[in-house]
Structure formats: C-alpha cells, structure tokens
Write a protein that binds this ligand. Sequence first.
Ligand code: PAF
Length: 282
Amino acid sequence: MTSPLPIVRTPAELRGAVRAWQQAGRRVAFVPTMGALHAGHLALVTKGLEQADVAVASIFVNPKQFGEGEDLARYPRDEAGDAVKLAGAGCSLLYAPDVATMYPPGFASFVRVGGLPDLLCGRVRPGHFDGVATVVAKLLGAAQADVAVFGEKDWQQLAIVRRMAADLDIATRIIGCGIVRDDDGLALSSRNAYLSADERARALALPRALLATRSAILAGMPVAAALAAGERSIKAAGFARLDYLELVDGETLHSLGSPAPAARLMAAGVIGTTRLIDNIAL
Ligand code: PAF
C-alpha cells in the first residue's frame, strides 16, 4: 500500500523538507510522537496548524526513555495506520527514523535537564526524562521547525522540554496542547490499549480523584487532607500502586501545601500492569 503522506527517514531529509517550506515563506509546526496515534495526537497536529502553515509529525519509539522492565517491546506500533490518521488531520510529512539512524554506533551524548526530571514521575522512572530530553533535542535540532507541539497530559515532559529549549537556545517555540479525554473523562493515551474492560472502568478513579480533590481544595479543605482523600479513592478503585497525587507549581513542579496561581494537580498510578498519568489545573 502506498502511504497517504510522504515519509522521510533521515535527519537530512527532514531538514531539507522543512527548510524548503520555510524558504517558500511557510511556517512549519513539528509534532513529535511515538506513534500508536489517537485523537489526542491529532489534536497536536490541529494545534500546530493554528500556529503554522504546514505540519510535520515524527514517529519514533525511543528506546532511551524506557527503563528496564518497561513496555518498550510491547509498545504498540502501526506506522501505516498512523500515516493515514496524520494525513487525515492535515499533516504534510512524516519523519520516521529507525533506531540505528537516531543512535548510530558511537552515539555518546545525553541531554539532562537539572532538577525537574527528579520529581514526580522521575522518582519511579529514573533516567526516563534524560532519554526524552535527548531524543527531543535531536528531533528539534533536525527539524528546526518554527513551533513544536507537545501534549499537556505529559505535563512534566512539557515543563522539561520548555526548560531545555530555553536553556539551549533552541529557536523552535514550544507549545502545549490541552488534554483530550474520552467522554467519561479518561485522558487518551496510547497505553490505554493495554487496559482490560474492567481496568478501563476502574482507571476512571484517576481523573475523578483529580476533580474531587480540586473541588475540595477550592471549597477550602486543607491541601493535605484533600490529597489524602483523593489517594484513598484511587486505592479503593483497585490501583495496584499510586505513584503520586500532588499539588505542584506548574512550572517548577515543586510541591505546594496551599493553593497558588498556576498550581496543577498531578497524578500517576498503576492499574493492572499499566501505568497511567493525568493532571488538571487547579
Ligand atoms: O510524548 C511522547 O510521545 C514522547 O515522549 C516524545 C515527546 C515523542 C519523545 O519520544
């Protein structure tokens, strides 16, 4: 089957295509993904096209951001299906390099953002955000697009990418895109595909706890008590593990003991064998 949108597989081809659009006076939006695309990813393309004339997506399941025992081998892959979805969303080019192109023999560089990666998800996924920062630096460097769009579901990732782009003088403007949820409130995630029907139903405890905790805090309950009640409800729903339910500053990700402007409620936990994350603004 021929692909409904052009696919390039090397950084030079990607740069060449983006440069040609830019030289023709067109602004380019870049959407990095790991594939297994859902409506949340397609919203990133739509957001990009609000800010630019052309959208380019990448698909690369980045081994450097998976820890030992994580789901690298079983991570869903469907390049042909993803290409159809991207074309339908108005994307003009797909960059899909292989591992040997991204990390050839002798590859020896790592990008590590200080501080932020040690918090929240970083406490249970050591090294994860170094892998993310490294691959995002490579992707942004190869594309040199005008804007790049990242989903707010991975709020910590977005904060780290913003920090890195500012620190390293990356000219591409980083844009966040709001979380897309199923009708019942579960945030869309490629990993939702791992959930059984029963786990899918119980996973709703995560967004519901975020909403209930926010309501409690806004109604004046002390933050610690509201978080404790939220934690109890997530555990009662049968989550095998709750990694955190925390109120944090949206930029520094530091824990907050009382409501503040730009505060964000963040949660992560494991249901069955699937780790889910979610967050909402306070
Ligand atoms: O959010 C993701 O899909 C990935 O972490 C990213 C940003 C594409 C880097 O591999």
